[in-house]
Ligand binder design. Structure first.
Ligand SMILES: Nc1ncnc2c1ncn2[C@@H]1O[C@H](COP(=O)(O)OP(=O)(O)OP(=O)(O)O)[C@@H](O)[C@H]1O
Ligand SMILES: [Mg+2]
Length: 506
């Protein structure tokens, strides 16, 4: 057997931020044609490693980075990284919201021109072709800012694949599936397999371990900025991998769910329609966790937005706790006791340049104001408790929000909404981008809130977790609720059948 060729070799990479060493003497190599998974807890240093590789951050002196045989200098620019043969899909995508889909895809390689004129048509056609791998549902001329988080991700991936298709050696995907439902994940994996067949190496970051076991050839675990180890994927099992990630043994995890529910109706939805959702009828009881499963285009996020009033219903009735919500706005929904944590969390719920403390208390600042003055001590105490409860790391309330790792930003936004003690909590992908340990904590919190009598409506692409956590699961297909699964019918296999084939499958 011939020795595998390394398309990437990183040796002795460290990166120090003011007051914190995010990476400590990291070495990793990626072979041609392999998928190399990079996993670790929120804040362990994955994105920092990728940004150093991409030329976005300059590493501490002493690192050696070789891309496809080219030794990079101590400091290089993002365009030099691309020129050396790297395509990147960063965790925050880096798309320009005010430009169109086609323009964003064309950007990194320059526009296609003829005699100095930009060929808009051909750029749009090329973008449409790249996107068709995933969906026909994205208009190349649409503005990025008008797209959902999941669709923006698909655009980012299409662009990364494009970069990796033209003389590339390495494609780096930082949590590409965080906002993608199962069906679109399939399409991504098919694309990944095509790319590796062409001899390109892939660095794949994800918190979804089932994905890692499906797509990766090797896996490297990092913890607190250090490499714990690298394994061939068939050399390690899930339990061991989780122990490597969290750095302790597993007894604490997977507690049995013992919540009992009395399903007195809290939310009643009848014949609700929107632009995609058609004639949806269901209830959510007090203390009940109701799941929603479906593909990206199934209308699952729209269902959530209709109930919250973020989108206007074209027909139907919504009643919360006996009060009718008709043609309501989000403000009225909030007054009625509904909290909604949308998928576009960063856009919808946080302020990057403000502190973590401000982000957590902003929406409930009234709790800390007496006689027109903010009670800082009370606020500080509440923030500490909240950060402890949701394990937001590092525990520094005065840090700028945008310097938190992706998963910790998610946890902070979740924490903020929980402070409002909602009657009905609507969650769109609550653990996306959150590591296994923290996901368990968030799921525990959801059960806790339900146990206190709140109703929960939860969209989640992690179908096994959905089955474990939910009393009932609504399955959406093409905008319609095709089935409602209870008891033993709640299985991943059954949901997938319904999602892809519909009720005829039975
Ligand atoms: N620009 C920055 N300034 C200061 N600290 C930073 C900055 N960027 C990242 N950090 C810190 O470096 C550490 C590693 O963060 P990084 O984003 O690499 O984590 P990650 O492994 O990608 O986590 P996640 O799974 O949550 O995305 C964290 O403690 C983070 O707070
Ligand atoms: Mg990250």
């Amino acid at each position: 057997m011939s020795t595998p060729v390394d398309v990437l070799r990183i040796e002795g990479l460290s990166k120090t931020f003011p007051g914190q060493r995010a990476l400590d003497d990291v070495s990793i190599d990626v072979r041609a044609g392999e998928v190399h998974a990079l996993i670790g807890e929120n804040g362990s240093g994955k994105s920092t490693l990728i940004k150093c590789l991409a030329g976005v951050y300059t590493p501490d002196p002493g690192a050696r980075i070789t891309i496809g045989g080219t030794e990079m200098g101590d400091s290089y620019s993002p365009s030099e990284a691309i020129k050396a043969g790297c395509g990147f899909v960063h965790q925050d995508l880096g798309l320009v919201p005010t430009l169109s889909v086609a323009e964003n895809i064309a950007l990194s390689h320059g526009y296609r021109t003829s005699l100095g004129r930009i060929l808009w048509r051909s750029n749009a056609e090329r973008a449409a072709k790249l996107l068709r791998v995933f969906t026909d549902d994205i208009d190349p001329n649409a503005l990025i800012s008008s797209l959902s988080a999941a669709k923006q991700t698909l655009v980012g991936i299409a662009r990364g694949l494009r970069d990796a298709s033209e003389g590339a050696k390495l494609l780096v995907l930082d949590e590409p599936t965080a906002s993608l439902p199962e069906g679109e994940v399939r399409a991504l994996f098919a694309a990944v397999r095509r790319v590796t067949k062409a001899g390109i190496g892939i660095v794949y970051v994800s918190h979804r371990l089932n994905e890692i076991f499906e797509i990766a050839d090797r896996v490297t675990v990092i913890r607190d900025g250090r490499v714990v180890g690298t394994w061939a994927i068939d050399e390690i099992d899930e339990r061991t991998l989780i122990e490597k990630i969290v750095g302790r043994s597993l007894e604490k995890f997977y507690p049995p769910a013992t919540r009992t529910t009395d399903h007195e109706a809290l939310l009643r939805v009848e014949h609700l329609s929107g632009s995609r959702v058609q004639d949806a009828s269901f209830t959510v009881g007090r203390g009940e966790v109701v799941g929603v499963a479906g593909l990206l285009a199934s209308g699952r996020s729209e269902l959530a937005r209709l109930i919250f009033g973020a989108q206007t219903a074209t027909a139907g009735e919504i009643e919360l706790d006996g009060i009718s919500l008709r043609g309501h706005e989000p403000r009225e929904a909030m007054q009625a006791g509904i909290a909604f944590i949308p998928q576009e969390r960063r856009r919808a719920g946080s302020h990057g340049s403000m502190t973590v403390r401000e982000n957590i208390t902003l929406s409930s600042i009234d709790d800390f104001v007496t006689g027109g003055r903010i009670r800082s001590r009370k606020e500080a105490k509440a923030v500490t408790v909240t950060m402890d409860t949701f394990d937001v790391r590092p525990r520094d309330p005065e840090r700028r929000f945008e310097t938190l790792s992706g998963g910790n930003q998610q946890k902070a936004v979740f924490a903020k909404w929980m402070r409002r003690h909602p009657k009905l909590l609507i969650l769109d992908e609550p653990v996306q981008g959150v590591d296994v340990g923290s996901a368990m904590q968030i799921y525990e919190q959801i059960e806790e809130i339900a146990a206190q009598g709140a109703g929960i409506l939860m969209i989640d692409s992690e179908l096994e977790d959905l089955c474990r956590l939910c009393d009932r699961i609504l399955v959406l297909r093409n905008g319609r609720i095709v089935d409602e699964l209870k008891g033993d019918a709640r299985t991943k296999e059954r949901i997938l059948e319904l999602i892809y084939i519909g009720k005829e499958a039975a």
